[in-house]
Design a protein around this ligand. Structure first.
Ligand SMILES: C[C@H](C(=O)O)C(=O)SCCNC(=O)CCNC(=O)[C@H](O)C(C)(C)COP(=O)(O)OP(=O)(O)OC[C@H]1O[C@@H](n2cnc3c(N)ncnc32)[C@H](O)[C@@H]1OP(=O)(O)O
Length: 555
């Protein structure tokens, strides 16, 4: 790009910056020097077309002209354990300590669409997250938390839609107009087949439910994000950064194709697609990954899928620091790892962030560990001054080269995925890749390669294969009592006995009728939830229509 074009771009950016709201703060270095809101080249720079200014296409440098001067990222700590009441207390602690939004972790039975009293739930209730059986649990979860004012993310994909319906019903019961809700539902079923393995049905009915949800949200809850397309679990399963980037964006393109196939307007539904990435320990590679993600997404949305508005071209993402980088050995070092990873996410322009607690490698975090994790974000946000300048590493030879390199790697992977399919769409390539176990074997190979390096000592981890001597005491960890399960089951039995069973049966039968046909599932599912049908009852009714999915055996 020549100097004149760059100057014209700078003037465009300046005009946008001037008319945007800024936080009331001093933007200076610690020693008092004034800093510009963004930096760019002084003369011509051939790379600049791909880099650009923050707030404009291709958004490599961020979505907003003001960067974090307009708004800092949302501190969104993922939390949930025991029953809804216990988790509600933790949420109040998080919000009281400066958390900006909520993020719900569900227990394994809930993630698999089973009630707490299902024989398969034994021993798991409330352990890796909160137990939610019916809308009344959702009421308790958000008791005293105004759902119209707080954005809430819910991490669940297999039974995402019934859980969403419970959330909507909890909002109705709080008197919040549903159209005012804002938040995120994970819903990303592609990554379940690829990495996390928490599905209920075969891909086809899941995609139908997701299409129904996209349609419903686009019409009724415009600010809500019905999808959080997730690379986190792909990375945690052992993928490389390039695979995380490419598989996740490919999944995102699959959901765009789903919206288009339903006749939805891309400029209306695409702002509802959000993303979720891992922040691993290779500092610069992660920053480059986030920058490449925004650029690739914007280009494909504009050029391949015809998105015209900025919001439909934006890749907005949440980041979680890498769980797999935490070590059980010398666990206090995990605070340092998490701080470095969080800083990479911030320098990469994350919109929302979870920082892991130092004990998460062993159990769900204690209150103290959860607080240190939250404070880690606050130290970065309040003390380091990194929020003063948008995309501060833009123009670095290294970071730009890595950003380009990751983009090329991702493009090569997209081409492979598309080629695997039968009709040139990303969706058919993804489905074929799932069926053939291609994604899994690519990830397994990368994980194996990493493990080999670790075992040979070519990759070093402090406290694990180097610098192992330590005088540290074992950590106190959080243990969820089995009493939680007994109590949850007692309450569930009471609720079943107290509800209008005929209303439940009628609502479930009406929902099954829709499932057998072609209509949108959301209204009838909402009715079943309003009648206090349980998650397990709703999912079992649908299993009766759609069956269950078993992964093809592979050797
Ligand atoms: C590992 C674990 C497991 O497996 O169990 C998990 O999965 S945990 C998974 C946990 N997952 C999550 O927690 C997912 C969280 N995701 C989200 O919160 C969302 O999807 C998100 C990534 C889009 C972030 O949403 P958010 O509301 O926090 O933040 P946003 O960036 O959208 O900002 C809120 C509003 O402020 C505006 N805004 C932001 N920055 C600026 C700025 N500089 N100038 C002007 N406006 C600005 C945005 O455009 C938006 O308004 P407007 O809307 O009007 O544009």
């Amino acid at each position: 790009m020549d100097a004149e074009e760059i100057e014209a771009g700078r003037a465009r950016w300046q005009a946008r910056f001037d008319r945007s709201a800024k936080r009331d703060a001093e933007f200076r270095t610690l020693s008092g020097l004034e800093v510009e809101p963004v930096y760019g080249p002084a003369g011509d720079d051939p790379r600049f077309e791909r880099i650009g200014w923050p707030g404009e296409y291709p958004f490599t440098r961020g979505l907003h002209a003001t960067g974090y001067r307009g708004k800092t990222w949302t501190i969104r700590q993922f939390a949930g354990f025991g029953n809804a009441r216990q988790t509600n207390e933790r949420y109040k602690m998080i919000l009281g300590a400066g958390g900006g939004g909520l993020s719900v972790a569900f227990d394994m039975p809930t993630l698999m669409g089973r009630d707490s009293d299902d024989p398969r739930s034994l021993g798991e209730v409330g352990h890796c997250g909160v137990a939610i059986d019916s809308a009344m649990d959702m009421d308790l979860l958000f008791d005293g938390i105004p759902l119209g004012d707080i954005t809430t993310s819910m991490t669940i994909s297999g039974p995402a839609v019934p859980i969403f319906c419970m959330y909507v019903v909890a909002a109705e019961r709080q008197g919040v107009p549903v159209g005012r809700l804002n938040g995120t539902l994970q819903t990303d079923i592609f990554k379940e087949y690829i990495a996390q393995k928490e599905w209920l049905f075969a891909p086809e009915p899941h995609l139908r439910l997701i299409g129904d949800l996209m349609e419903f949200c686009a019409a009724e809850i415009p600010a809500y994000k019905p999808l959080s397309v997730s690379g986190y679990h792909i990375r945690e399963a052992g993928s490389t950064a390039a695979q995380e980037l490419a598989f996740t964006l490919a999944d995102g393109f699959g959901y765009v194709e789903l919206g288009l196939s339903r006749g939805l307007d891309v400029d209306v539904f695409a702002p509802g697609l959000s993303f979720f990435f891992d922040a691993h320990i290779d500092f610069f590679e992660e920053i480059a990954k986030f920058r490449a993600a925004r650029r690739i997404w914007a280009r494909w949305m504009r050029d391949v899928y015809g998105a015209k508005t900025d919001k439909a071209q934006w890749l907005r993402f949440h980041t979680q620091t890498a769980g797999v980088s935490l070590t059980a050995q010398q666990p206090y070092n995990n605070v340092v790892r998490t701080a470095i990873e969080a800083l990479a996410a911030v320098l990469g322009g994350t919109n929302s962030l979870h920082t892991n607690a130092l004990d998460e490698v062993l159990a769900l975090p204690t209150q103290k560990a959860a607080e240190i994790a939250l404070r880690t974000q606050q130290v970065i946000m309040e003390e380091t001054e990194v929020v003063n300048v948008a995309d501060p590493l833009g123009g670095s030879w290294y970071v730009e080269a890595l950003t380009d390199r990751l983009e090329r790697e991702a493009e090569a992977i997209f081409a492979k995925i598309r080629d695997m399919g039968s009709d040139g769409t990303m969706t058919s390539g993804i489905l074929r890749g799932i069926e053939d176990g291609w994604f899994m074997s690519e990830i397994a190979e990368a994980a194996f390669d990493y493990q080999r390096k670790l075992e040979k000592g070519a990759k070093r981890i402090v406290g694990v294969n180097c610098h192992t001597a330590s005088a540290e005491e074992p950590l106190e960890i959080l243990r969820v009592s089995h009493e939680v399960e007994r109590e949850q089951n007692r309450v569930l039995a009471e609720r079943r006995a107290g509800r209008d069973q005929a209303a439940v049966d009628t609502a479930l039968a009406a929902m099954v009728e829709v499932a057998r046909g072609e209509g949108n599932m959301i209204p009838s599912m909402l009715d079943a939830v309003r009648a206090e049908a349980t998650l397990g009852e709703i999912c079992d009714a649908l299993r009766g229509v759609w069956g269950v999915y078993t992964e093809p055996a592979r050797f």
